[in-house]
Design a protein around this ligand. Structure first.
Ligand code: PLP
Length: 395
């Protein structure tokens, strides 16, 4: 019997092989110069990424989580303030709000897009609300026109969590440039991923930019002179060297992701799965290809048996995570978010995927759906799901 190759959710080695010589040259050059502290790569990456996003400023920081924390702090959000966001996200979005002493207020999401439902927003605005943090989930732009309109009417700040949406655009502007501030993660498997931890804050506002700049570097304007209490969250010079190489490929990789998503849609249509729509503008850059099914757990098990990795983004919504029990969040009802947690399934998607691999995934999906039901779908990821998520931060 011929052993079939395992299809991973994401294949970082395949991407590395296509850019290896450029990456090694960039790292070698940096090491030869020993310019390792907020050096030329950080400075140039900040310029290049600001230009890419269409903002006046970019400040490189240590991670996407830090980008959110420092952006909120730089906007003056803090204890006593409420910040409205979603529970259908990676926990860092909500963690960052908590970390600065503000109170996260969680609203439900739109059933089609999984992103913040603007209709839920207005009812949750109080006198304490300072900011809104929409999340561009899976690479799809949240409904920024509606969210910005509500925010402006109530004089609220908008901090975009663009950690999954590098390059997503409505045809005129890119993710990160709609609100007051945009926050990016360059976690290894993002559409623009470093080879370690990294993140960035982008903004048009020079005061916010200057504050993030201070906050990421011990509040220091010149060496050993500290004007504000802050932290160390500088973008690492070697990661900036990697990011400068990869940024040149981002649009091409995003196009490949969109082409693969279109192939999935063609091959999976008519099987009863809920497939993500593919907007004509690149407002969805498919960080993840997430389908919905009431047979999600059957699919996950069957695909694993067929040698195809899958992911759950996310198996437990933020408000139902034990980490938040002490805050009483488990009593909040977010029906759409909770249904999504039972039904979502991420299929393999990365720019270097071959048509043959996509075909194999789809054949396996068809086979599972043609077989009798084995599992009831559930929110809690038990047995199989928990085992497969041994390295949950791979995505
Ligand atoms: C939506 C979202 N927000 C925030 C983060 C946090 O980014 P990082 O892992 O770089 O801290 C991530 C990264 O996984 C994310 O997906």
């Amino acid at each position: 019997m011929i052993e079939q190759e395992f299809i991973p959710l994401v294949d970082l080695r395949a991407q590395y092989q296509t850019i290896k010589s450029e990456i090694l040259a960039a790292l070698s050059d940096t090491l030869e110069r020993m310019d390792l502290f907020l050096g030329e790569n950080v400075r140039l990456f900040e310029q290049e990424f600001a230009e890419y996003c269409g903002t006046r400023h970019c400040i490189g920081v240590g991670s996407g989580t830090d980008a959110l924390i420092l952006a909120l702090q730089a906007c003056g959000v803090g204890p006593g303030d409420e910040v409205i966001t979603v529970a259908n996200t990676f926990i860092a979005t909500v963690e960052a709000i908590h970390a600065i002493g503000a109170t996260p207020i969680l609203v439900d999401v739109d059933a089609d897009t999984g992103t913040m439902d603007p209709q839920q927003l207005e009812a949750r605005i109080t006198r304490k609300t300072r900011a809104i943090v929409p999340v561009h989930l899976y690479g799809r732009l949240a409904d920024l026109p509606s969210i910005m309109e509500i925010a402006r009417r109530h004089s609220l700040l908008v901090v975009e969590d663009a950690c999954q949406a590098h390059g997503a655009s409505d045809g005129q502007r890119r993710a990160g440039s709609f609100g007051d501030v945009g926050c990016f993660s360059f976690y290894i498997s993002k559409n623009l991923g470093a080879y370690g931890e990294a993140g960035a804050v982008v903004t048009d506002n020079p005061e916010i930019a200057q504050r993030v700049n201070l906050l990421r570097n011990h509040g220091s304007q010149s060496k050993y002179h500290h004007v504000t209490l802050a932290t160390n969250s500088r973008l690492d010079e070697l990661q900036a060297a990697v990011l400068r190489v990869k940024l040149r490929y981002l649009d091409q990789w995003n196009e490949q992701r969109r082409a693969h998503a279109a192939t999935y849609k063609r091959l999976l249509d008519g099987l009863g799965l809920d497939l993500p729509s593919i907007p004509s503008q690149p407002s969805h850059v498919f960080h993840l290809y997430v389908v919905r099914s009431d047979r999600r757990d059957d699919l996950r098990e069957g695909l694993q048996a067929a040698g195809v990795a899958t992911g759950l983004h996310y198996p437990v919504p933020v408000h139902l995570q034990p980490a938040w029990f002490a805050h009483g969040y488990e009593t909040i009802s977010l029906p759409v978010t909770e249904t999504l947690a039972r039904e979502v399934l991420s299929l393999p998607l990365y720019p270097e995927m071959t048509p043959g691999q996509i075909e194999r995934v789809c054949t396996a999906v068809r086979q599972v759906l043609a077989s009798p039901r084995r599992h009831e779908s559930r929110v809690e990821a038990g047995g199989l799901a928990a085992e497969q998520d041994l390295h949950p931060r791979t995505l």
